[in-house]
Design a protein around this ligand. Sequence first.
Ligand code: PFF
Length: 448
Amino acid sequence: MLEKDVEARGLWSSKFGFILAAAGSAIGLGNIWRFPYTTGQNGGGAFLVLYLICIILLGLPIMIAELAIGRHSRRDPVGAFEVIRPGSPWKLIGYMGVTTGICILSYYSVLAGYTVGYIGKSLAGNSTSYEAFTSNPLVSIPLFLAFIVITVLVVQGGVKNGIERWARILMPTLMVLLVILIIRSITLKGAGEGLAFYFKPDFSKVTGSTVLAALGQAFFSLSLGMGAMITYGSYLSKDDNLVASGCYVAFFDTLIAVMAGLLIFPAIFAMNMSPDEGPGLVFKVLPRIFGLIPGGRIVGAFFFILLSIAALTSTISLLEVVTSYLVDEKHWLRRKAVWIVAAVTFLLGLPAALSQEGMVPWLAKLPGLGTSFLGFMDWLFGNIMLGIGAVFIAIFTGWVWKKEISSKELREGFPGFDRIAPVLFFLLRFFCPVVILIVLFFIFKAGV
Ligand code: PFF
């Protein structure tokens, strides 16, 4: 691709802009909603250790591989595989990624809509239960729709003007809000027990399912396995160090997840509540905690603003994957692509929005599966499909893509790449495929 075409397609305006946007994609409901409840259900400290191992040994290599594929090809996930291996079935991984993107976006926006609703609910001091709130379609559906529209308005602006500008404002705000809330949480009476639960690993609690949960959480949280980082990498300049950029993004994502735990566990223990509340943890427990502390309404509203911000920078990246495919491959105008994808996402998300208890019983408990439609979508697309995508990306980069070419790509912006190349290629060729395949096998065996 000529330099001027690369410019016209869009580039991040600076290294910092990319890191903010990619960290914005990674940091989301996965860190603040999913990570604490999963940690709580899996025994605390020991899960944290396993999660950190998964991030370093599996997440980081795949993140670097995705960024290299994206920058080398300067295309969306489908086009990227086509550029590197023309006419081969490898582009199916790209199609899988685009499909997974729309599907995750659909239920993720439903949850993101709740977070927006909870801002107003906290401010008003409204004590409606989580169940009553989420099972009112007149509330959840407009919020869901509003969240998609906000995402569209940002993505419509393109790479530099839309995504990067917003990430620049939103991500630092998020950090500051978290620090303020953590200080409040760890100074609550009885917070020490929560800190011990979170930081003192008890490995006797580790089982096979703890490992599965840690791995799934690592991919979901780092936005890996569906080409989001291929897409964001495609807007990176040749001067950028892909390995360092990947490390920064993984570091910030992990930092926010660890901070979210630091906010939630001390508070839970201080309030004599149970850490294994499940997916409703943030929505059910936190408002009660905020209600018991001075200035709780404001603190609560702050928290849900923070969660909405984090969710928005993630939905932006999910929509961008699909949009870049339609713009690059189908030559649609960006404006047309985003609105059409939004309409499809809305229709796909409706069953998830209606799957809360009390609305449509069979969606709340899918026949034969016993899970809600939303839970099923999260399991299938947020776990399985990301895992499958990650295996193929590791195999593609490790075995299919010519090593001289991938190494040359990774050396651009990082002349010392050859020193770490053996470790990276070992992880991509052997470690990642073998470990993820074993884990996927057990996930299938265990069921939804
Ligand atoms: N990483 C996001 C989160 O933790 O909330 C979710 C996500 C975004 C997953 C983008 C996958 C993706 F491509």
